[in-house]
Design a protein around this ligand. Structure first.
Ligand code: PLP
Length: 418
């Protein structure tokens, strides 16, 4: 049994793998208590966009901490929350006029589902079914798991997960089956909403699908009045090359989930943005029709100050250029390593790059190679966390050429060694 009482997420303590302790970080670098310097090639699980400890975000947190730490948000408000909401409305598609705060990607999804169901309830229509895509991931709470892929992760809880309608993932060249399945579900008349990760299924294995398919799915939903929920918790904030992945398909969702990069990755915060009709469906002089959702730390002022600073960085710094530059460098590396016979399916979208290791063994998340690879990279001071046999690199946008080269060289070394 480990000496530390800390029970880590997605960690099998029984394997006794080392758990490095990090003392400080800046940019793409983590410094450990042992004195090692590690390159964070997965943005600390996809959250750190501009780099660790961005000075503007740190300053905003420090200043806010002197003024107001926390405030009940039911019936009260504060400047950081107002700033973030106004900033989001200004930068996101104009149809998304309302901003509901919460504290994680999972809760932003729970809120989105409740908003969709509340909308249909208010309209007096019996629509309860949520439509989801195979291999998707929307978080680890019960509702978020219900709309995500089922597997080893949620087997113990499966009896409690609610029923959803599933459509297949649309591989390139075979999108029609997905669109037909969506149309068939919509035609049944009881679908409340479709929830999708636009263009990239992250935890499902960095699976990419086309903007044309996303656009076609949006059109089918619109035709049948099925609400379209875009879970941009991972894809948002420049990850796929544009501020939102939806932009590449000219899609505007009815409901949008944002978290991870919302604070630049510095503080836990999430928002669920909604169009005016969704808000209007809950608007009434009747208290029984309000939106019944809150968590203690909704719109925490310090977290909001970090998000306001992130929005200012997007407005005032050349973030889009940094994203485009990183995208170019990532594509060059995938092009180079993709030629190795050990790799299949090299792919990039914006700052995300992924390759599948060819192996004869078990595929999927429990592939035995992933932990060995993780250890191999850890020994080389590179933080990577392969998804089964899929190796992906998703660094902070500030990663230097030398740092990125070190990451990809470690991957190249790994395939020769395994
Ligand atoms: C990470 C993620 C979530 C869950 O976010 P948490 O902050 O970890 O709860 C939801 N949806 C997608 C697409 C994600 O990548």
């Amino acid at each position: 049994m480990p000496a530390s009482p800390v029970w880590h997420p997605f960690t099998q303590h029984g394997l006794g793998e080392p758990i490095p302790k990090v003392t400080h970080a800046e940019g793409a670098l983590l410094h450990t208590a042992e004195g090692r310097t590690v390159i964070d090639a997965i943005s600390s699980w996809w959250v750190t966009t501009h780099g660790h400890c961005h000075p503007r975000i740190m300053a905003a947190i420090a200043q806010q901490a002197q003024k107001l730490d926390q405030l009940i948000f039911a019936g009260w408000t504060h400047e950081p929350a107002e700033d973030v909401a106004a900033g989001l409305v200004a930068i996101m598609p104009p149809e998304l006029t309302r901003v509901f705060f919460s504290d994680s990607g999972s809760t932003s999804v729970e809120v989105a589902l409740k908003m969709a169901l509340g909308y249909w309830h208010a309209r007096g229509e019996a629509r309860h079914r949520i439509v989801v895509m195979d291999h998707s991931y929307h978080g680890d709470t019960i509702g978020a798991m219900s709309v995500g892929a089922r597997g080893v992760f949620n087997r113990p809880y499966e009896p409690l997960l609610f029923d959803v309608a599933r459509i297949p993932f649309p591989p390139a060249g075979a999108q029609q089956a997905t669109l037909d399945a969506l149309e068939a579900v919509c035609r049944q008349g009881d679908a409340a909403a479709l929830i999708v990760e636009p263009l990239v299924l992250g935890a499902g294995g960095m699976l990419f699908y086309g903007a044309d398919t996303l656009k076609a799915m949006r059109e089918i939903c619109a035709r049948y009045g099925v609400l379209f929920i875009a879970d941009e918790v991972m894809t948002g904030w420049g990850r796929t090359g544009t501020l939102l992945a939806c932009e590449q398909a000219e899609v505007v969702p009815d409901i949008l989930c944002l978290s991870k990069g919302l604070t630049g990755g510095a503080m836990p915060l999430a928002v669920t943005m909604a169009t005016e009709p969704i808000f209007a469906a809950h608007w009434s002089t009747d208290r029984a029709r309000m939106f019944f959702h809150s968590s203690s730390y909704t719109a925490n002022p310090i977290a909001c100050a970090a998000a306001a600073a992130n929005l200012a960085i997007w407005r005032e710094e050349p973030v889009r250029d940094r994203v485009a530059d990183l995208a170019r460098r990532q594509a060059a590396w995938v092009e180079k390593l993709g030629r190795f016979r050990h790799f299949d399916n090299g792919r990039t979208l914006g700052t995300i790059a992924a390759l599948d290791l060819r192996s004869n063994g078990e595929s999927g998340y429990m592939n035995g190679l992933a932990p060995e690879l993780m250890a191999f990279f850890r020994d080389r001071d590179v933080l990577l966390r392969p998804l089964g046999s899929t190796v992906y690199v998703m660094p902070p946008y500030c990663i230097t050429d030398d740092q990125l080269d070190a990451v990809w060289n470690a991957i190249g070394e790994a395939v020769i060694s395994f």
